[in-house]
Ligand binder design. Structure first.
Ligand code: ADP
Length: 343
């Protein structure tokens, strides 16, 4: 097993009466890219601040590089980490100077500072910008320079807090490329907060779903997007159908339907993506009545009342116009696509 770079035990954080993080235990190995996803206000930024020693936990411990983070170790440990925020203000100096500033207070000789800065400018393809003023750059260029200012310190652990939230798709792609290059070239461990689920899928080896200050699930991108651990995680990753159900004695009941199943007894939710349900006029798992048809970009969303409401999505190109509100229709799914959760 690789070295554990981050390890937390029962971490919690309370501001006044508001508990923002509860019982967070996680570990991150060297060289991993871990994405923390979750709705706004879930506690993602607070978590990164606790991990980087910018805030103190109310309870629990953080270990970085196998050493406990506390007031005695924080300075030394932080010299091995780097943090990039959503928006960084560059100084009104040249790009080169802005990057070199990352090395102030680090007692690095001037010649070495200059060498590292020009190497980094070359690495990120911004040599021609060296003498440009920081304030004249576009948002995307500015964020790349801000990231270079972090990378020039050679961090072993990077915390990225919504680093592309203000960038357009091209600038986002350029920053993502820098993140991946840094990770591959130096085995730098990365923890990135993002509300952009596609970004988490593109970058992460492992994803943590944080909702209401608790970790709901940790897994590979496929685990998270196809096998959500509970109804809140499923809702966050875009499952449109989260339907109360129960299983007793080999029968699955939901709405007014009852169908045989081999799953074990439970009370909770059945969850399925809208695109994983198929429609037929003649046969299927259950029958219902079409109650709405809505165009959603390249898809048609069809709602069917079967004692509870199901959403189904079919590509607009495949829609032949033969389904109308009020029609009786059958719904089918592959049993692998149906996820059950007790919560
Ligand atoms: P996220 O990054 O997931 O959007 P945050 O960690 O920024 O979430 O915030 C989580 C919750 O903690 C929010 O309700 C926020 O208002 C609250 N919070 C964050 N920082 C502070 C603070 N310094 N004082 C009081 N409340 C805070």
């Amino acid at each position: 097993m690789s070295e554990l770079i981050v390890e937390t035990h029962a971490l919690s954080k309370t501001y006044g009466k508001h508990t923002v993080l509860k019982d967070i235990s996680l570990s991150v190995e060297q060289g991993e890219i871990v994405a923390v996803i979750g709705p706004s206000g879930a506690g993602k930024s607070t978590l990164l601040k606790l991990l980087d020693g910018l805030e103190k936990p109310t309870e629990g411990t953080v270990n970085l590089f196998s050493e406990e983070l506390n007031k005695h170790s924080v300075r030394k440990l932080r010299s091995r980490t780097g943090m990039l925020f959503q928006k960084t203000i560059l100084f009104d100096r040249t790009v080169e100077e802005n990057i070199t500033l990352g090395l102030s207070y680090r007692h690095i000789p001037a010649a070495e500072r200059k060498k590292r800065t020009s190497e980094l400018l070359a690495e990120i393809n911004m040599e021609s910008y060296a003498k440009h003023r920081g304030r004249t750059l576009s948002g995307g260029e500015g964020q790349r320079v801000a990231f270079a200012r972090v990378l020039v310190t050679k961090p072993e652990l990077l915390f990225l807090d919504e680093p592309t939230a203000n960038l357009d798709p091209l600038a986002t792609a350029a920053l993502e490329e820098m993140i991946l290059r840094e990770n591959h070239a130096h085995k730098t461990t990365v923890i990135i907060n993002t509300h952009d689920q596609a970004q988490a899928q593109r970058l992460a080896d492992r994803v943590i779903v944080l909702i209401d200050g608790t970790i709901r699930q940790t897994g590979t991108p496929d685990d998270i997007w196809y096998h959500p651990a509970d109804s809140a995680a499923a809702r966050f990753v875009g499952f449109q159908n989260i339907i109360p159900c129960s299983i007793h004695d080999g029968m699955l009941s939901f709405g007014t339907a009852k169908i045989p199943t081999e799953k074990k007894d439970m009370d909770g939710f059945m969850m399925i993506r809208a695109e994983d349900i198929t429609l037929s006029k003649t046969e299927g798992n259950i029958c219902g009545t079409v109650i709405s048809l809505t165009r959603r970009g390249a898809f048609i969303e069809i709602e069917v009342d079967a004692g509870c409401t199901f959403s189904i999505r079919i590509p607009h190109k495949e829609y032949t116009g033969d389904i109308a509100i009020g029609n009786q229709i059958y719904l089918s799914w592959n049993s692998d696509a149906l996820i059950f959760s007790e919560r």
